[in-house]
Design a protein around this ligand. Structure first.
Ligand code: ZN
Length: 233
């Protein structure tokens, strides 16, 4: 899976890949920017292919020799919400994936991008947030939404809560009110997004919740450009 690309010279580019068998890898595609290059248009972000590369031990950059396209997903670039969602998925994997192969993470990334491709126009924003939450959970940062993060009390459906992103989840109404107030309905939507259930159209608040959570827990001091883009939409 192509996560990001950078121009390297007039004719070459560097691809940041997530591979199923070798984990994250960076490769240089020599000649990929030549007009007649067979792989130039194929090796774009969100494209998935079968890669032939020469792995050099103790080196961070490997040589790409072939890219046989499986799925391009260029449609993701034609809708800003899909593009923002897909870019966050790729940047999260780029920054946070373990160095070794992780088939499950790879599958969640592929599934997430495919879900954004097939989402209806109306639910493109919702699908983006849902796939981001699912990937965040896969990376080990799922928020606690079923028990109060302060006292452990079970959080029942419809309860008014607060989302305390720094503490990693929701606080019940009897604990000190820290974080963003969530109505029972808003908590229901957040649970549907985080657990992958069917969700109605999301509001701006849901975008802020996921962005604050990622910035605090997953991205640490790294600034994810794609997350800024998502919240600016
Ligand atoms: Zn509590």
């Amino acid at each position: 899976m192509v996560l990001q690309t950078h121009r390297y010279s007039d004719t070459s580019k560097i691809l940041r890949l997530m591979t199923e068998e070798h984990g994250p890898r960076s490769v240089i595609a020599r000649g990929a920017l030549r007009p007649k290059s067979r792989i130039s248009g194929l090796t774009e972000p969100f494209a998935e292919g079968r890669v032939t590369m020469y792995l050099k031990e103790h080196r961070d950059l490997h040589a790409l020799s072939d890219f046989e396209l499986i799925r391009e997903r260029q449609v993701l670039g034609k809708d800003l919400r899909r593009f923002a969602g897909a870019s966050v998925l790729c940047e999260l994997v780029l920054r946070l994936a373990p160095e070794h192969a992780d088939e499950h993470l790879y599958a969640v990334l592929v599934h997430g991008l495919d879900a954004l491709v097939s989402a209806s126009e109306e639910l493109a924003g919702t699908a983006s947030l849902q796939q981001i939450w699912l990937l965040v959970g896969t990376l080990g940062f799922q928020p606690s939404l079923d028990a109060c993060v302060a006292c452990g009390r079970p959080i029942e459906e419809g309860m008014d809560t607060r989302f305390d992103h720094a503490a990693g989840g929701v606080r019940c109404p009897t604990c000190p009110p820290i974080g963003t107030a969530l109505s029972g309905v808003e908590l229901g939507v957040l649970r549907a997004l985080v657990y992958g259930a069917e969700s109605p159209r999301v509001t701006r608040k849901q975008v802020t919740l996921v962005a604050d959570f990622i910035r605090y827990h997953a991205a640490e001091d790294l600034r994810l450009k794609s997350l800024d883009f998502l919240t600016d939409l």
